[in-house]
Design a protein around this ligand. Structure first.
Ligand code: AMP
Ligand code: ZN
Length: 117
C-alpha cells in the first residue's frame, strides 16, 4: 500500500520507529515510536492486511510463535515481569494505522497503565 506508514517501514523507505527487534518469515517487530512503556513494541505483518480478519489462518501458528519470542525478548531486555498484548481492529476500536499489528507492552510490578490505544 502506497501511503501506509508500516508498508513504508517494511519497504525501507522510513526507519522502523525506535529500532527493529526481530523478524520471522511473515512478521516483523519494531519499537513503537510513541511508547506506553519502555520497550513497547509492535508485531506487524509483512503483508498489508488491514485487520486480524484478513490474516490467513495458516499464519496463526507462526504469529503465535513470534509473539511469544518477542514478548520473552522484551521482558528480558527491559527487565519486566509481565506484558500486555493489545490489538485494535478498525477505527472504532482505536486502530490508527490500518495495517495489522499487535502491541506488546512490557509491565513491571506496581506500574499503572492507562492505555490511550
Ligand atoms: P493503533 O492505534 O493500534 O493503530 O497503533 C498504532 C501505533 O503505531 C501507535 O502506538 C503509534 O505510536 C505507532 N506508530 C505510528 N507510526 C510509527 C512509526 N513510524 N514507527 C513506529 N511506530 C509507529
Ligand atoms: Zn501497510
Amino acid at each position: 500500500m502506497e501511503d501506509c506508514i508500516f508498508c513504508k517501514i517494511l519497504r525501507g523507505e522510513v526507519p522502523p520507529g525506535k529500532g527493529k527487534i526481530s523478524e520471522s518469515d511473515n512478521f516483523v517487530a519494531f519499537l513503537d515510536i510513541n511508547p506506553e512503556k519502555e520497550g513497547h513494541c509492535l508485531v506487524v505483518s509483512k503483508a498489508h492486511f488491514e485487520t486480524i480478519l484478513d490474516l490467513p489462518v495458516g499464519m496463526g501458528s507462526e504469529l503465535l510463535t513470534f509473539l511469544k519470542e518477542v514478548s520473552l525478548k522484551v521482558m528480558d531486555k527491559y527487565e519486566c515481569d509481565g506484558f500486555n498484548i493489545v490489538q485494535n481492529n478498525f477505527k472504532s476500536s482505536g486502530q490508527v494505522v490500518p495495517h495489522l499489528h499487535f502491541h506488546i507492552i512490557p509491565r513491571k510490578k506496581d506500574d499503572p497503565l492507562n492505555l490511550k490505544l
